[in-house]
Ligand binder design. Structure first.
Ligand code: NAI
Length: 325
């Protein structure tokens, strides 16, 4: 049996947390031979609810679950952490401007970045789910100068999975038959779902009606979160948790040959993106490392959309830059 790894989930009493913790403990994220110790971070008013989640985790008697730490202290939560899924965030309230939202979340993610810096395993893999995810990841990263910046990532995998599902439906194939989907940029309505490299069973997909692609598919993927809120009266939770599991699993255990996944990662300038912003890219993963897929041909149509989401991320960064340590 491998030795256990420590996995932090923030916002552990929230909707996504409730969908996520049980799947991690069941081995869905790191494999069914990897024991885990779960660290649950919440704010003080939610600690009673967290105790209920802890009781339920115990009641599952998961063979891989070797311990649970539940706390409202970030310094305790991130102690010796190997993986962190930063889900808890301040939601956008009535009348709140986007700049207020960025600022409120900057406070949360700077505290957590510092705690990661001071207490986590230096090889920690961090995934930010809480919105605005890309910029929250940047804030955490900027507050953790002793951790390799590349270890801070944000989630565009839900968008990736949504795009695959929409395409599978359109082409009347199974989702497992599709590969090489890309989400470029921000987890926001400027994200760009790019099907230019999409394959069905290894064959490039041609003959997609461009009008459908531009005016139906792209807005459907971009607005899917809002459509779910409208239908369900609450934001996506189970699908978001599932995508978080997928993101970490790909990163830790690797991507299949001849395919890639979408991860928001610190830009190294590839594809002309502003260096440093946390940008959705096509990546392959092996041995716990990700690598940006290079040399994808970019059409004028794609370039315009990539530029728009790049611009949005630059503006988000400018709005919080003064909070970097
Ligand atoms: P929720 O409101 O049900 O749960 C959030 C939890 O975070 C609450 O229990 C709250 O007490 C906790 N929390 C707040 N501040 C905290 C802090 N400083 N430390 C620890 N915990 C804290 O929200 P839900 O539905 O679970 O969503 C969580 C976040 O994920 C939201 O920001 C949402 O917008 C985002 N999201 C991101 C997606 C993506 O694709 N990147 C998809 C869906 C949601």
């Amino acid at each position: 049996m491998k030795s256990p790894v420590r996995v932090v989930v923030t916002g552990a009493a929230g909707q996504i947390g409730y969908q996520l913790l049980f799947r991690i403990a069941a081995g869905n994220m790191l494999g069914d031979d990897q024991p885990v110790i779960l660290h649950l971070l919440e704010i003080p008013p939610a600690m009673q609810a967290v105790q209920g989640v802890v009781m339920e985790l115990e009641d599952c008697a998961f063979p891989l679950l070797q311990g649970i730490v539940a706390t409202d202290d970030a310094n305790v939560a991130f102690k010796d952490a190997d993986y962190a899924l930063l889900v808890g965030a301040m939601p956008r309230g009535p009348g709140m401007e986007r700049s207020d939202l960025l600022k409120k979340n900057a406070e949360i993610f700077s505290v957590q970045g510092k705690a990661i810096n001071n207490h986590a395993n230096k090889d920690i893999k961090v995934l930010v789910v809480g919105n605005p995810a890309n910029t929250n990841a940047l804030i955490a990263q900027q507050n953790a100068p002793n951790i390799n910046p590349a270890q801070f990532t944000a989630m565009v995998r839900l968008d990736h999975n949504r795009a695959i599902a929409q395409m599978a439906d359109k082409l009347s194939v199974g989702t497992h038959e599709l590969s090489n989907m890309t989400i470029w940029g921000n987890h926001s309505s400027t994200q760009y779902p790019d099907i230019s490299q999409l394959k069905v069973n290894g064959e490039v997909v041609k003959d997609i009606d461009h009008n459908w692609y531009e005016n139906d598919f792209i807005p459907t993927v971009q607005q899917r979160g809002a459509a779910i809120i409208k239908a369900r009266g609450a934001s996506s939770a189970a699908s978001a948790a599932s995508a978080a599991i997928d993101h970490m699993k790909s990163w830790a255990l690797g991507t299949p040959d001849k395919d890639w996944v979408s991860m928001a990662i610190p830009s190294d300038g590839s594809y002309g993106i502003e260096p440093g912003v946390i940008f959705g890219y096509p990546v392959t993963c092996a041995n716990g490392q990700y690598r940006i897929v290079q040399d994808i041909p970019i059409s004028d149509f794609s370039q315009q959309r990539i530029d728009a989401t790049n611009q949005e991320l630059r503006e988000e960064r400018a709005a919080v830059e003064h909070l970097f340590s």
